[in-house]
Design a protein around this ligand. Structure first.
Ligand SMILES: Cc1cc2nc3c(=O)[nH]c(=O)nc-3n(C[C@H](O)[C@H](O)[C@H](O)COP(=O)(O)OP(=O)(O)OC[C@H]3O[C@@H](n4cnc5c(N)ncnc54)[C@H](O)[C@@H]3O)c2cc1C
Length: 291
């Protein structure tokens, strides 16, 4: 199928792009890599009057460090994350997750920020960003605001972004002490969306877990932050029992549905197993990072 007709703008500056959105935001769709938007246009699930292509905007395609954060610009692609050595050293969970996204064709064009803005509950980045306590920086003509990813996802394909805003970057706090992460994904075949996936990040405070982050993919209306499970891990010395309890709490937080990929009960159990497995891996990686 062909898309419905639309106007196309490809501004050369962020100010110009924001001016267009200030005027026509309600009728427009921002396009970054187009890997989700173009299929939606072709299927006519989206029929915007205007497509605002941000692909030519300058200064948005870098990963940088600032003020204790890794900054991922709006045009950084999945493949850039896989290849960025500094980022991989600072937050290894990102490179591990990038490898699980789709296939090389999609990873070469799709962007991390675009994926988070798309807010597909089956998207992998949403859970990773929840586990890492990231925030989205949104710009409009009237200024800038920072939105914690935990408040960003409001429903399937729905975010806290206003129609006059562009997400210009994602900020990820760089762990200061020993830390480790893991991304486990169950998929029917290579390149598929997750049947279930789980992102786990732990940051140690001496012998105790200082902070834990857990994000769940494909088991609810949005990516889910397993807050009770995170709390059950914070300030605790890791043990099989503590890990088992956290995994059970994360499974309780999941709200999957029966579908062709599996029953809800099966998916909940995969969450439990993946949280348990992810925590063991993340803790041993944190241990390696310390030594
Ligand atoms: C075959 C295939 C397989 C896939 N498999 C996976 C997978 O396994 N895991 C996974 O997580 N994803 C998967 N995806 C989805 C894909 O990885 C991402 O959704 C996609 O890369 C989104 O980034 P984009 O830059 O292409 O966004 P676009 O398609 O350009 O935009 C997506 C949405 O986000 C909005 N948007 C984009 N950037 C911004 C911005 N900076 N500010 C405001 N709004 C913005 C757009 O308006 C649009 O609504 C797959 C896609 C395909 C086609």
């Amino acid at each position: 199928m062909f898309p419905a007709a639309f106007d196309y703008r490809s501004p050369a500056s962020l100010d110009e792009a924001l001016a267009v959105l200030a005027e026509r935001g309600d009728d427009a769709k921002v396009m970054a890599g187009g890997q989700s938007l173009i299929p939606l246009l072709k299927l006519r699930f989206a029929q915007p009057a205007l497509v605002l292509d941000i692909g030519r905007l300058p200064n948005l395609n870098a990963v940088t460090r600032h003020d204790g954060n890794m900054i991922i610009g709006a045009l950084v692609r999945h493949v850039d994350i896989e290849r960025d050595r500094d980022l991989t050293r600072a937050v290894p969970l990102l490179a591990e997750a990038a490898h699980w996204i789709a296939d090389p064709l999609v990873r070469n064009r799709g962007t991390v920020v675009g994926s988070v803005c798309h807010a597909d509950p089956s998207g992998d980045w949403g859970s990773v960003m929840l586990a890492l306590n990231a925030e989205v920086v949104a710009r409009s003509k009237s200024g800038e605001r920072k939105i914690p990813v935990a408040e960003f996802f409001q429903g399937p394909f729905t975010t806290a972004l206003r129609s006059d805003e562009i997400a210009t970057e994602i900020r990820i706090p760089i762990p200061t002490g020993a830390a480790g992460g893991a991304y486990n994904k169950l998929e029917r075949k290579v390149g598929d969306f997750a049947t279930v996936a789980v992102a786990v990040q732990v940051e140690m405070n001496g012998k105790k877990i200082g902070r834990a982050g857990i994000g769940l993919t494909s088991v609810g209306a949005t990516n889910i932050k397993a807050i009770e499970a995170e709390k059950a891990l914070a300030e605790r010395e890791p043990s099989d029992e503590v890990i088992r309890d956290a995994a059970r709490l994360a499974a309780d937080a999941a709200e999957p549905k029966d579908d062709i990929r599996g029953s809800a009960a099966y998916k909940k159990d995969v969450v439990r197993v993946f949280v348990q497995r992810g925590l063991h891996t993340a803790l041993s990686r944190a241990q390696e990072a310390r030594s």
